[in-house]
Ligand binder design. Structure first.
Ligand code: CTP
Ligand code: MG
Length: 229
């Protein structure tokens, strides 16, 4: 079954410090935004992309989408102050039924296999997220004094895409708005419905470009992929 994908792209990239939305940065001459959109554009199961943008980026994003021949952006909505507001703008224009993915525009290395596993799992369970086992030991601290070491084997570093039955994501966002709850990902809104969320193990290279050093990691990932063909 075809899925839709909401792509939040309305951030400002403050931690990247590029003086503009980090999605304009290029990797091998192609903007980060286009790398991400291309994965879904080329996926035969993707029925349409809903892009949440900042009004200031609208003209330039439209030019880029046209220039690079991206065909499946079915709507552009204006994002909000927080990522969650931007996703909610997308939720409002979703079709009634089916599966929706939410995927950060700043994660250009998502693989089709992971997308398809998430869609299958969300069809069965209602909600599924991509994540990888945590590699570092994680401790809790009170200011800079350790209070606890958290058992690593139960910890996952969560990424996007996150996949949901449309009704589940819509209910979760509406409840969060009503209760003025802000979470750092969409699954956290779904968890408090409450609703179960399944994990699909993803890839360590599905990084989010956040700080300047991530650009070097991204270039290395692209180079590795080229070598592997
Ligand atoms: N995003 C969004 N609307 C916002 C904030 C973020 O659509 N109000 C999007 C970003 O464009 C990005 C994704 O959500 O694709 C993940 O957010 P993040 O990595 O935090 O990007 P920025 O918010 O742009 O960066 P920063 O927090 O450093 O300013
Ligand atoms: Mg942000």
């Amino acid at each position: 079954m075809a899925y839709q994908v909401i792509i939040p792209a309305a951030g400002q990239g403050k931690r990247m410090g590029a003086g503009k939305n980090k999605l304009y940065l290029t990797l091998e001459d192609t903007p980060v935004l286009i790398h991400t959109l291309r994965v879904f554009d080329e996926d035969e199961e993707c029925g349409g992309m809903i892009l949440a943008i900042h009004p200031e980026d609208e003209a330039q994003f439209k030019d880029m989408i046209h220039f690079y021949g991206i065909r499946k952006v079915t709507s552009m909505v204006h994002g909000g102050r927080e990522r969650q507001d931007s996703v909610y703008s997308g939720v409002k224009v979703l079709e009634e039924e089916g599966i929706v993915l939410v995927h950060d525009a700043a994660r250009p290395f998502i693989k089709k296999e992971t997308i398809h596993s998430l869609v299958r799992e969300a069809e069965m369970e209602g909600a599924a997220i991509a994540a990888v086992p945590v590699k570092d030991t994680i401790k809790r601290a009170d200011s800079n004094m350790v209070t606890e070491t958290i058992e690593r084997s139960s910890l996952w570093a969560v990424q996007t895409p996150q996949a949901f039955r449309i009704s589940v994501l819509r209910n979760a966002h509406e409840k969060a708005v009503k209760e003025e709850f802000t979470g750092t990902d969409d699954a956290s809104l779904v968890e408090r419905l409450p609703h179960k969320v399944a994990i699909i193990e993803g890839d360590y290279d599905n990084i989010k470009l956040t700080t300047p050093e991530d650009v070097f990691f991204a270039e290395a990932i692209l180079k590795k992929r080229k070598q592997l063909g």
